[in-house]
Design a protein around this ligand. Sequence first.
Ligand code: AMP
Length: 489
Amino acid sequence: MTSSFSNLSLAEPLARAVADMGYESMTPIQEQAIPVVLQGKDVMGAAQTGTGKTAAFTLPLLQRMLQHENASTSPARHPVRALVLLPTRELAVQVAEQVKLYAKYTNLRSMVVFGGMDMKPQTLELKKGVEVLVATPGRLLDHIEAKNTVLNQVEYVVLDEADRMLDIGFLPDLQRILSYLPKQRITLLFSATFSPEIKRLASSYLQDPVTIEVARSNAAASTVEQHFYSVSPDDKRRALHQILRQRGMKQAFVFVNSKLGCARLARSLEREGLKTTALHGDKSQDERLKALEAFKSGEVDLLVCTDVAARGLDIKDVPAVFNFDVPFNAEDYIHRIGRTGRAGAEGLAVSFVASSDNRLVVDIEKLLNTRIELEPIEFDEDGPRIKEQGRINDGRRMYREGEGADGGERLAAHAPRERREPRERREYTPQRQPAKSRDPFFDQPYEPSTAVQAQPAWEAAAKSGPVRSGVSANIKSKKRVAALFQTSH
Ligand code: AMP
């Protein structure tokens, strides 16, 4: 059962800000976490972006900080009281935007600091005084060392996406930052999983935390239609073109496993006539923000990205996610497909599975506790000749419904999801593949997480049979894993 924000007795400025957001009821993480934080307890929350966790920690923190609210212009009257740490610049920006929205009718100040940008403007703003500081760990340490801010009045700390912060190697930075904070404080830790490392971090820095766990993803994701196509690496681009065209898709995220692969694929797709941009960890901050903006504004249609860069991005209405590479870590599959089907919209998640990916698919099957059927892909003879021509005939745009790459109408014949008669496969000469290169991040072996609950809610709800050791041959092709996405309350 979900309940209304009015049950919380939020202060009027916060209630008004929530009303402006148009939320009808609390999400499960909000329902569980807000009252606990309001009571001043530490929280260890298993929830990922998309569950409404930003409001879950921001609203109670702001409510508790209202006692310090003042309109003074003196920086001394606006010390940092709440610190929110996140692993990536994009997430930090996103959370800071939300904090600003929730605090807009108060005199509480908030700002974000992250690396890859000139420190000066951040320093100027920091020195004016700010109550809620959202930061990535490295840049925050730079500011602490430069004495641009002091953290001795911090009352609240949020370690958001803590598992990813540890993955990226931020543990030493986190430890240093936490050593600057008063011992008497409220600490909230959010993580997609409770691995042994996360538990260790929690036991060192949290005091009697209340553990809150919500289902892995939001209910909206139950509307995601998932397909796994068996495709050779050489055919993946062609398959991508064909599916976009057949479905009349406007925008999509395309996930790859490495930065180099990301840049290369984006370049190839751009050459082939698709408006494409790349988002990966080697891009400058400015480039990353521009890429996101271009996607959000519809200026580009395909965002080719790595997991590190795309984790947790809240971009509404992405109709499709392509796993151009099957993720090395099965949990990233959930994160990736969570980019589509948000807010009740229909979403499509397509994974291209090469023969060497079978083990990764088994990992995903285990995680979802559902059977995955690998579907063959039938290439249209009248589709774009990616390999032969190197580019699509005339298009520098995505395909629309009923429109072919050459602008013709022939595709009206294959409406979305329509099954066509199998036809003879066209002879196809594979191109030489470039040598593989990987992000160091993805070179790490996959370690299944040890969830706190022996059996997550979605697992109990899933109807499929027992986990098997191989990819099944007789699985329903369009299986929706709705049970996975049901929330646990
Ligand atoms: P988060 O998990 O905090 O990144 O939030 C994901 C998205 O859910 C954001 O766009 C929020 O604005 C939105 N959101 C947060 N709380 C609610 C709610 N109670 N009802 C509807 N949407 C919400």
